[in-house]
Design a protein around this ligand. Structure first.
Ligand SMILES: *Cc1c(COP(=O)(O)O)cnc(C)c1O
Length: 377
């Protein structure tokens, strides 16, 4: 938690549940990433947190943006981004969205299938397109490889065809999975892209860009490698596979830029041992749950760290659940959380590193619970 957030919580005591984001911290992460990868162009993955305060700060810093929908493109433009700073990075786009993006001046689009390529050729003629490859997502807490990306052979074929369809085949992309804690995942993916660059060059097509996607991790309960280690591994792999002929490099960080900048402040609604015996598991119910924004606790994939006023006192293994009447609204049950035994109804607890993939994951009012309040400071 940043000192600014700690002060805000102490002084303002905002109503819970709420998310507080320190926008200065987003800026410091942006600078750290740029230092770790000096020649990479940063395209912020807007879906991680599309708050205008964040988008405006990143526009001021000269960031570009990876948008997943026409709504996100509009949000970037409203925040002051130029259409040339925006990549339409979802491989699944409605025709009406492609058209509107094209009319507004966006000229960089992704695809991973034949039909999407045909849609781009028809509705965004002449634009730059890049193909997403499927790569291993091992080491990632939140994998993406089942849904997106195609094979090297298919990408080869589609990129050659893109030229004949009047598009500019521009590059290749991948995503090693979100909260990727293994630098080797990037090295393996870069090797794959490097070979395809060479093969396409032999076939007469010189690609210009490699998009390394996002995935850079933040600290939840476990330590993760520093961003400099990712920078070193990526730099080494790029030199190994491309030599002096380095293509333009893009990165699309989402979680890394905003995750650690945010804290959720919540309240304990109930502490219970259903069954009443000491041997029964202890449950803590909070006023935020799976539907209030903590969707990444699905499968207990993302393991948030808790802070309470009783930290340092004796703890016990605890099941943590949300306030709704839905049976899946349980955050941690298989892997219980060590929480102070002194916790009682009405206590405040903080969930750290919740700046990414929380605010917009929240339901619009399931069970009568209001959407998560947000404060950008
Ligand atoms: C979600 C997403 C990202 C951001 O991933 P993080 O793991 O949050 O860095 C980047 N690129 C694409 C295409 C995405 O879908």
């Amino acid at each position: 938690m940043t000192p600014k957030i700690a002060r805000y919580l102490a002084e303002q005591q905002p109503a819970t549940p709420c998310l507080i984001v320190d926008v200065d911290h987003v800026e410091s992460r942006y600078r750290a990433l740029q230092d770790a990868m000096p020649i990479a162009h940063i395209y912020y993955a807007v879906k991680a947190n599309p708050a205008p305060e964040i988008l405006r700060r990143l526009v001021d810093l000269g960031s570009c943006f990876d948008a997943a929908s026409i709504g996100e493109i509009r949000q970037c433009l409203e925040a002051g981004a130029s259409p040339k700073q925006i990549s339409f990075g979802n491989t699944v786009k409605k025709i009406s969205s492609i058209r509107e993006a094209f009319e507004r001046g966006v000229d960089l689009f992704v695809f991973d299938s034949e039909e999407e390529l045909a849609k781009l050729a028809e509705h965004a003629p002449g634009t730059r397109v890049f193909c997403r490859l499927a790569v291993e997502n091992e080491g990632a807490d939140w994998p993406l490889s089942r849904k997106f990306g195609t094979t090297v052979e298919h990408a080869h074929e589609l990129l050659l065809r893109a030229k004949d369809m009047g598009l500019e085949p521009y590059g290749l992309s991948f995503h090693v999975g979100s909260q990727q804690t293994n630098t080797a995942a990037y090295e393996a993916a870069i090797a794959r892209v490097g070979m395809l660059f060479t093969d396409l060059s032999k076939a007469g097509l010189e690609l210009k860009m490699i998009n390394l996607g996002g995935g850079f991790p933040v600290r939840y309960r476990d330590d993760v490698p520093e961003i400099d280690q990712f920078g070193l591994a990526i730099g080494r792999a790029m030199t190994e596979h491309f030599g002096n002929a380095l293509p333009q490099m893009l990165v699309e960080p989402g979680r890394f830029l905003v995750g650690e900048a945010g804290v959720v402040s919540a309240e304990v609604v109930l502490v219970s041992r259903r069954g009443g015996k000491e041997s029964d598991p202890r449950w803590v119910y909070l006023d935020i749950g799976r539907f209030g924004g903590l969707a990444e606790t699905e499968g207990e994939a993302i393991r948030y760290r808790f802070r309470t006023a009783h930290d340092g006192l004796p703890t016990g293994q605890t099941v943590v659940a949300g306030p709704s009447c839905d049976g899946v609204d349980i955050m941690y049950e298989k892997k219980r959380v060590d929480l102070p035994m002194a916790l009682r109804s009405g206590d405040r607890v903080e969930l750290l590193s919740t700046g990414a993939y929380v605010s917009t994951y929240c339901s619009t009012g399931f069970n009568g619970f209001a959407p998560l309040a947000e404060h950008y400071i």
